[in-house]
Design a protein around this ligand. Structure first.
Ligand SMILES: [Cu+2]
Length: 437
């Protein structure tokens, strides 16, 4: 289907009017316009794979868009097979125990490199990957680099313990990582791509796998680099907060949205309520922090089960399950946290509360759109009440929506305007599914 452009706020005031407007904007973004809500293929983790586990990345520059109309100069990676710049870099999916080759072609005006934190025995151009120094003994790079403009370096390693990892620049790290030089590496258990790690109880629904690669940027730093100058770190202040390279509401747009050509990865989560018979497997969300501060991420309405951290299962010495339910997923710089998430107790809700009476609020609490009264009261997972006349109903099949965002609310902004930034939406379809889309 052809994606519909999500309406964008043109001025911050639209985002400063509180939760009602946010809910309206979310619903409009998800359901407004002629296109139906997103199909499963439009969201979830997109993997770059290779039958030989060989990836060729081009370090390059281009621009990204922010929801408030800004255009920001970036450095990042293109998968040279596709040949298109993207931010963040391609998500590389490999299998634990297999040899991985990453060829880096540099087109940037300075040397660059890739480090693979968490991977052991990395080889660069045939030699052990190790820090590089100039003739005076000063560190020039954490690992062998590709020289400026036309350089190439080849890294190989054996994919380690299953989980989620960063790959990122190891050269002039503060600058180049701020400029966008990072991506995710997903290592899958051998023979069980449908598990987070080697444990049977880490199984997830393969069509409900999500990556939340969290980061932030200061456009002034990017402007300085665009003009060929240094970054003034004394005045650095992050203004945009990103999931997979996008800020809310762009996080809701589908993967490969045509209007975000350099930001192919969405962050909209679309699941179905747990049902032992028809939907027994949870979704998985892979949280990964490419920034320099903590991101206390939390979904609304449901805990998530932490099963893997920094590429290691959450278990005891004898293999006993130590996974735990958590509401706030506090992701620290460089850290990865893999969780399982499902939506439970729906049967209970159905018995006791469905259908929820639909009572119109006072006119002053209604959002007026054109000549319609636009009213978004949720039908509460499954049973829709008839709405009064002249009401625009944007709910498709009784599905439920929740925001999920950084609980550090300054990170839920776009250049200071709330709400935006590191925020997305979870959509939960009723147990019976949603035949409308
Ligand atoms: Cu919240």
């Amino acid at each position: 289907m052809t994606p519909t452009r999500i309406p964008r706020p043109r001025r911050s005031a639209r985002w400063a009017v509180g939760a009602t407007a946010l809910a309206a904007a979310v619903a409009t973004a998800l359901l407004g316009g002629p296109a139906p809500a997103q199909a499963a293929a439009d969201n979830g983790l997109l993997c770059d794979t290779s039958p030989t586990n060989t990836f060729t990345l081009k370090a390059d520059d281009d621009y990204i868009a922010t929801p408030d109309g800004n255009s920001i100069y970036m450095w990042s990676y293109a998968n040279e097979v596709r040949g298109h710049f993207q931010f963040p870099g391609p998500t590389l999916c490999v299998t634990s125990g297999q040899k991985v080759t990453v060829v880096l072609h540099n087109t940037l005006p300075e040397a660059t490199s890739i480090v693979f934190p968490g991977q052991k025995g990395v080889v660069a151009n045939g030699a052990p990957a190790q820090p590089q120094f100039d003739g005076g003994g000063s560190l020039t790079s954490l690992v062998q680099a590709a020289p400026a403009r036309t350089g190439t370096v080849t890294y190989t390693f054996t994919a380690g313990s299953p989980g989620t990892y960063l790959y990122k620049s190891g050269t002039d790290v503060s600058k180049q990582v701020q400029m966008g030089m990072y991506g995710a590496l997903v290592v899958r258990p051998d023979g069980h791509p449908d598990r987070v790690n080697s444990r049977v109880d880490s199984a997830f629904s393969p069509t409900h796998e999500y990556l939340f690669l969290l980061s932030e940027l200061d456009p002034e730093a990017h402007l300085a680099v665009e003009r060929g100058g240094p970054i003034d770190w004394t005045t650095f202040k992050a203004r945009y907060f990103l999931i997979n390279g996008r800020s809310m509401p762009d996080t809701l747009a589908p993967n490969n949205a045509s209007w975000l050509p350099n930001q192919p990865y969405g962050a909209f989560v679309h699941i179905r309520a747990y049902d032992a018979a028809t939907n027994p497997l949870p979704a998985t969300i892979r949280y990964l922090n490419a920034g320099t501060v903590d991101y206390p991420f939390h979904p609304h309405g449901s805990d998530e089960r932490v099963v893997n951290q920094d590429g290691q299962p959450v278990q005891g010495d004898s293999g006993q399950d130590l996974s735990y339910l958590k509401y706030d997923i506090d992701v620290q710089p460089g850290q990865s946290i893999d969780v399982l998430m499902d939506w439970r107790d729906v049967e209970h809700w159905n018995e006791l509360t469905n259908p929820v009476p639909t009572n119109l609020p006072a006119i002053t609490d209604q959002l007026l759109v054109g000549t319609d009264t636009w009213f978004s009261e949720s039908p509460y997972l499954g049973v829709k009440n008839p709405l009064p006349a002249n009401i625009t109903d944007n709910n498709v099949c009784g599905e439920y929506y929740h925001v999920a965002h950084s609980h550090a609310l300054q990170q839920a902004t776009n250049y200071g305007a709330a709400f935006g930034g590191m925020m997305t939406v979870f959509r939960i379809d009723p147990v019976a599914g949603c035949t409308t889309n």
